[in-house]
Design a protein around this ligand. Structure first.
Ligand SMILES: Nc1ncnc2c1ncn2[C@@H]1O[C@H](COP(=O)(O)OP(=O)(O)OP(=O)(O)O)[C@@H](O)[C@H]1O
Ligand SMILES: [Mg+2]
Length: 503
């Protein structure tokens, strides 16, 4: 004999998770693309701002150098005409240690530079000694002039930028004190001619560029902050758009999966229904014959004690089997309730009346709390009767030693609520997880179809059912039914026959 093992069906969670992941895949790409492009744009802006700043500083430096050269020429002219010539005439030789000469030089220099942006001026004589400076303490210092001084002595003009702060600050254009030093020769001028004579000394003109640099740096900062802000806002907006898109797609994917599940559930139920109809036909006929034959046999034996007892067992068990077949049919066949006006209290009273003998025998009492303001509802009394009966029997079975069942009916929020609470052991976590699975039972003689059937009936009414542990122990079944019946509920007369399932 060969045994074939069926390949395991993929679990519901597997494909559904996969499907949702598939659904949001394009958004992953969009997210990555958004982040990458924004980073690239941001980096490009940063580089561009550094280039612009660098260019602005170069232009500023060039202009400042040209400015210093012009100032140097002007200073040369004024110093030569208004200082060197008169001093040479009056004193014979230039000697700035002489206070009169120094003051005259100071007057000429300050008058010439008045209104121009110059930090300091030093004048060197050809022996590399500072003979004049705005800073009195430097006057008389020897050997201060370096390479640039020597080149100026040869008639060349040179400039150098001095910057304070670390190398990073200089790179980013945030150097603290920035100074431009320009060395230009002091030339003798030939009167009435543009020709210049020998080098008489060297001017060192110092300009403070800190303010201009600071303006450029602020401008650079503004560009970076603005671009960062714009990028940030863009990023947040794009993120939001993507997230919303993702949420919509996810919701759609989940909805599709749910619909697929419902469809497959409906398909399963339909095939189960067909099977149930076939099986019930095949079983009910021989069952009917067995029980009627047993009844006949009972009559014939005239209630004979020994064989009569056995016949009773046959009759009882065949009626039990009939009940199981009915359950199965009820569970498998989709139920269409026949709506009419129903008072829930009346239905429960009928249930209690039906169970009365059993309740007394099993020492179970029933307490009713029917709220007087409860309206009549649109429902199928037969289906509700079967539902409540199942719940009441479950409660009784949970209390083999007897106890109290509380039935509450009350209106709230346009719905009518029915609660059944018992004093049994309640429900364990493992039972709660599987309680709605068809054929799940903890009882020896149970089918595990009772609660499934009840749920089918309640949902066919547009209502909902839940089962939980009650606060005081025991279980509580909560049912919620719409007072008006589900939307589009058609009204029809009840067929009035209750199929009692109480076994
Ligand atoms: N009131 C309750 N207290 C404790 N457990 C309950 C209660 N009602 C239901 N259960 C648990 O839920 C299981 C499923 O109940 P359900 O009515 O669907 O089937 P069943 O009662 O086992 O079988 P059947 O209804 O065919 O007699 C029960 O076996 C029981 O373990
Ligand atoms: Mg049951």
């Amino acid at each position: 004999m060969t045994t074939k093992s069926k390949p395991a069906k993929p679990g519901r969670t597997g494909p559904s998770l996969g499907a949702t992941r598939e659904a949001v895949k394009p958004f992953e790409l969009v997210k990555r693309f958004t982040a990458t492009s924004l980073t690239v744009i941001f980096a490009a802006t940063l580089i561009l701002s550094v280039i612009i700043t660098h260019r602005a500083r170069t232009v500023l430096l060039q202009k400042s150098e040209e400015y210093a050269i012009l100032l140097g020429n002007n200073l040369n002219h004024q110093v030569f005409l208004q200082f060197i010539v008169p001093v040479a005439i009056k004193f014979g030789r230039v000697q700035l240690r002489n206070k009169i000469q120094f003051d005259l030089m100071d007057k000429v220099v300050r008058a010439t530079l008045h209104g121009f942006q110059v930090d300091t001026v030093h004048i060197y004589d050809p022996d590399n000694t500072i003979s004049y400076s705005f800073d009195q303490s430097l006057v008389g210092k020897e050997g201060v002039g370096g390479e640039e001084y020597r080149r100026a002595l040869e008639g060349e003009t040179t400039s150098r930028v001095e910057e304070g702060g670390g190398w990073l600050a200089i790179m980013l254009g945030a150097a603290r004190a920035s100074k431009l030093r320009t060395w230009t020769p002091l030339l003798a001028e030939e009167p009435l001619s543009s020709n210049t004579g020998p080098v008489l000394g060297v001017f060192e003109i110092v300009q403070d560029l800190s303010d201009d640099y600071e303006t450029i740096f602020r401008f650079q900062l503004l560009i970076i902050i603005t671009s960062t802000g714009v990028m940030g806002v863009l990023f947040i907006i794009l993120r939001r758009v993507v997230e919303r898109g993702e949420a919509v797609i996810l919701a759609r994917a989940e909805e599709r999966i749910k619909l697929e599940e419902q469809l497959s559930h409906a398909e399963r139920l339909a095939s189960l229904g067909e099977l149930a109809a076939g099986v019930s036909h095949e079983i009910r006929n021989p069952l009917g014959i067995i029980s009627s034959t047993a009844e006949l046999l009972k009559k014939r034996t005239g209630g004979n004690e020994s064989s009569g007892g056995l016949v009773d067992v046959i009759i009882e068990e065949s009626s039990r089997m009939n009940g199981i077949v009915t359950d199965f049919l009820n569970f498998a066949r989709p139920q269409t309730p026949k709506f009419q006006k129903v008072r829930l209290a009346d239905v429960i009273e009928k249930n209690i009346a039906f169970l009365d003998t059993r309740l007394v025998k099993e020492n179970v009492s029933v307490e009713r709390h029917f709220h007087p303001a409860t309206p009549e509802i649109q429902a199928d009394p037969n289906l509700l009767y079967q539902s409540f009966l199942n719940i009441l029997i479950n409660a009784m079975q949970a209390m083999p030693e007897g106890g109290l069942i509380t039935c509450e009916v009350f209106p709230s929020g346009g719905m009518v609520h029915v609660h059944f609470t018992d004093e049994g052991p309640g429900l364990e976590e493992a039972v709660l997880k599987k309680i709605w699975n068809p054929f799940f039972t903890t009882k020896e003689s149970g089918t595990g179809l009772g609660l499934c059937m009840v749920r089918n009936f309640i949902e066919a009414h547009g209502g909902a059912i839940s089962i939980k542990n009650a606060a005081a122990g025991g279980a509580v079944v909560k049912i919620r039914l719409p007072a008006e019946g589900p939307a589009g509920a058609e009204q029809g007369p009840s067929n009035g026959n209750h199929s009692h399932r109480g076994r």
